[in-house]
Design a protein around this ligand. Structure first.
Ligand SMILES: [Zn+2]
Ligand SMILES: [Zn+2]
Length: 306
């Protein structure tokens, strides 16, 4: 199970009723945050998920609307008595940018580890803080990454197979967790009692970028795809391209090609006062499109079948 929350949905600058785009994923009570524009600490406080269990922050790129909230957010984490380490993932230069911002937020009571991703044509897989994270370089004029968070699901436990092994019941749970068991001189492995692995959960977040083909491969079969829609109005598509962003229509085409289950739009231009106005443009292409709004949440669950 993954809980997700869109903390803000604005691009460029925060508005009185719209925070800058940021997205949180919670798994077993631990939180991964993607992007941290100015004011992210306020909307996180309003959401009520707390700061103490934020273990990972992924930065898409270094534009202020995605990174300028770091000092305040980390000070809120310090005030929550966080003591265990924080990992910050982002393009090369993340450590320099974050440490520069933290000149005004010194003496944090937790350690910060940095993972810097070279901006190369490859997809990264990072296991950090219990999260399985993917990162894809996208096209925004500056090094920028889309991120995915996946939760694998092991195969169904086969009690008959476990019984036929003659292994006492007290060991079954260990195998079910994917660990080996040694008993009376024999080694038992999870594949002896587990069926084929089942579809897990995947959520993908992409902003800011032009709609390059690799995004749909990266987001393939996501349960939730959160994607920027700077403008809904198709008449503004040239303007979106000029600033290395994308429109609702372009986002919907990616969602369709990626065969995702659901898409939420985010990162609206401040000029977009009613995000729903052009929702139909996206839904004509990808029907299960929804306009994101600040603190829109969902719980993604494994499907009931098998
Ligand atoms: Zn932006
Ligand atoms: Zn940007």
């Amino acid at each position: 199970m993954l809980d997700v929350a869109l903390l803000g949905t604005g691009g460029m600058m925060p508005l009185p009723n719209r925070f800058l785009t940021a997205f949180a994923v919670r798994q077993n009570g631990r939180i991964l945050l993607i992007d941290c524009g100015e004011g992210t600490q306020v909307t996180q406080k309003m959401l009520g998920w707390g700061f103490k269990t934020v273990d990972v922050i992924c930065l898409t790129h270094f534009h202020a609307d995605h990174a300028a909230g770091i000092p305040g957010f980390l000070l809120s984490m310090a005030n929550s008595d966080k003591g265990d380490p924080l990992t910050i993932i982002g393009p090369v230069g993340t450590e320099y940018i974050v440490k520069s911002l933290l000149v005004i937020a010194k003496d944090l009571p937790f350690e910060i580890n940095f993972v810097e991703l070279p901006y190369e044509k490859k997809t990264y897989h990072i296991n950090q803080g219990g999260f399985s994270i993917g990162a894809l370089p996208v096209s925004h004029g500056v090094p920028c990454f889309a991120y995915s968070v996946s939760l694998a699901r092991i195969g169904k436990f086969n009690a008959d197979a476990a019984k036929s092994l003659g292994l006492p019941v007290r060991f079954w749970g260990i195998l079910q967790r994917g660990e080996n068991v040694s008993y009376e001189g024999l080694e038992y492995t999870p594949d002896m009692v587990l069926g084929a692995s089942r579809a897990g959960l995947k959520v993908t977040y992409c902003t800011d970028s032009r709609p390059i083909p690799s995004i749909s491969d990266f987001a393939q079969n996501s349960d939730l795809f959160v994607c920027e829609g700077l403008y809904g109005d198709p008449a503004l598509s040239a303007k979106a391209a000029e600033h290395r962003h994308m429109t609702y229509k372009e986002a919907a085409n990616i969602a369709k090609r990626a065969n995702v289950s659901e898409m939420w739009l985010t990162h609206y231009s401040p000029s977009v006062t009613n995000p729903k106005e052009f929702l139909g443009v996206a839904r004509d292409i990808f029907p299960n499109t929804h306009t994101g709004f600040d603190r829109k949440t969902a719980t993604l669950k494994f499907s009931e079948d098998e």
